[in-house]
Design a protein around this ligand. Structure first.
Ligand code: ADP
Length: 449
């Protein structure tokens, strides 16, 4: 096992990792920018190192500073959390060159899945169903038009290097295609330094359903069921739940086993998520995330498995915590990402939290790094915290979520709490009858059938 882990992240996920380390008896090193000197993860860690000024590129993405922090403190492993350097294959290699352990998958797998075109080809080869589309990158010439016509409009132009919903453009008709191709390529070039784009059939009312996997790197892999993340705004997840209201045990086992088998073949190590769109009973692979995800607590609540703890144990050479037969899905869980944003305009609302009262009681979990008097800095993402609830059934879970949301107080800044309080009372949400465009249509006040 590792002796000392450096947590190369901030906010709630840094705290989440720190908690797992403490329970494993591993010492922790927090790193922070000058803007985060008062952060909770810094206060609770055994040691802390300031790694630079507020902008992420000078601090949380500053690889030399992180290496120096490992050197100074004698850390033997680095947990990257999500975002920042978590899916940077080069970072994993550099750490390994310095005899430091990267808590995550092999660099080759991060690289493979980071290129969406390669990821899709690999998924197809491993027997995972994919969205119909171009076999590789396309250029804005006749070739793209011919492929788009073959797929059938509407088509989605996606960036090979895409992430966070950027570099994606829909072409509803032939006339839209050229513009969609050039805009997506330009956006991808400036955001990711890679202009390659590919085409996919644009699915009209799919759900976003993702499968959580855990691999031991030696050919063992299990799946831990699904999370339904269909409630999104600008391709960003807002509300996640598991199990999905539309899957039964047989459908879950079928897709789960397909994915687990693929991960066994890859000899994948650690936690990973295979994301699908789901429409008319069919799954279509869109991408794989090779890191712990924001919404991982949903799976923890319904399986009882501490994913971050297992991720660390497995990185240190440990075995999978259980066999596939031993995985039991218990009850229902929902996570709400409460952001420091205006609930109508979604304008960020950084600033000081004057009053803070987190909800509690059976089946209520808050993953957050804020406290009363904490100042949310303007430099990073706007997550205040995640409210996660668990219940024996989806109905119980919804009622518990309703009362937990009503109890929660975050004053001094604007938050998206009012949006969640409305959503939990919406008939379509209560019925579990929603798709990936539902939330945007709801927000636009349109008809949502
Ligand atoms: P990113 O890496 O930028 O998050 P993804 O490929 O995971 O991109 O897609 C993000 C979201 O975009 C999906 O959850 C879904 O809402 C939407 N999306 C992606 N591909 C398609 C598609 N072929 N048809 C319709 N919507 C899609």
């Amino acid at each position: 096992m590792f002796d000392k882990i450096l947590i190369a992240n901030r906010g709630e996920i840094a705290l989440r990792i720190l908690r797992a380390c403490k329970e494993l008896g591993i010492s922790t090193v927090a790193v922070h920018s000058t803007a985060d000197a008062d952060a909770m993860h810094v206060r609770l860690a055994d040691e802390s190192v300031c790694i630079g000024p507020p902008p992420s590129k000078d601090s949380y993405l500053n690889i030399p500073a992180l290496l120096a922090a490992c050197e100074i403190t004698g850390a033997d492993a680095v947990h990257p959390g999500y975002g920042f350097l978590s899916e940077n294959a080069r970072f994993a290699e550099i750490l390994s060159d310095h005899n430091l352990h990267f808590i995550g998958p092999k660099a080759e797998h991060i690289r493979l899945m980071g290129d969406k075109i390669e990821a899709k080809k690999t998924a197809k080869r491993l027997g995972i169903p994919v969205v119909p589309g171009s076999d590789g990158a396309v250029t804005p010439d006749q070739d793209a038009m011919a492929i788009a016509k073959a797929i059938g409009f509407p088509v989605l132009v996606k960036a090979a290097a895409g992430g966070g919903g950027r570099g994606m453009k829909v072409a509803h008709t032939e006339a839209d295609l050229q513009l969609a191709l050039t805009t997506a390529a330009n956006e991808a070039k400036s955001a990711f330094g890679d202009a390659s784009v590919y085409l996919e059939k644009y699915l009209q009312k799919p759900r976003h359903i993702e499968i959580q996997v855990l691999g031991d790197g030696r050919g063992g892999a299990i799946h831990l069921g699904e999370r339904d993340c269909s409630l999104q705004r600008r391709h960003q997840k807002v509300w996640e739940e598991g199990p999905s209201p539309v899957l039964d045990a047989a459908a879950r086992a079928k897709i789960g086993n397909t994915v687990a088998k693929a991960m066994q073949e890859l000899k994948y190590i650690g936690v990973g998520t295979i994301e699908f769109l789901y429409e008319d009973g069919e799954f279509y692979f869109i991408e794989m995330n090779t890191r712990i995800q924001v919404e991982h607590p949903v799976t923890e609540m319904i399986t009882g498995i501490d994913l971050v703890l297992e991720q660390i144990r497995i990185a240190a050479g440990g075995d999978l915590p259980m066999t596939q037969d031993q995985v039991v899905i218990n009850g229902h869980s929902i996570e709400c990402r409460v952001n420091a944003e205006n609930p109508v305009s979604f304008r960020p609302s950084p600033g000081k939290i004057q009053q803070y009262h987190p909800p509690g009681g059976l089946g209520v979990r808050i993953d957050s790094a804020v406290y009363q008097g904490y100042v949310i800095p303007p430099y990073y993402d706007s997550l205040v915290g995640k409210l996660i609830v668990h219940g024996k059934s989806r109905v119980e879970c919804l009622m518990r979520l309703r009362r937990a949301l009503d109890e929660m107080v975050v004053d001094g800044i604007e938050t998206t709490l009012p949006l969640f309080r409305a959503l939990v009372r919406e008939p379509a949400i209560i019925d579990g009858d929603y798709h990936i465009h539902w939330l945007e249509q709801y927000l636009a006040g349109q008809k949502t059938d």
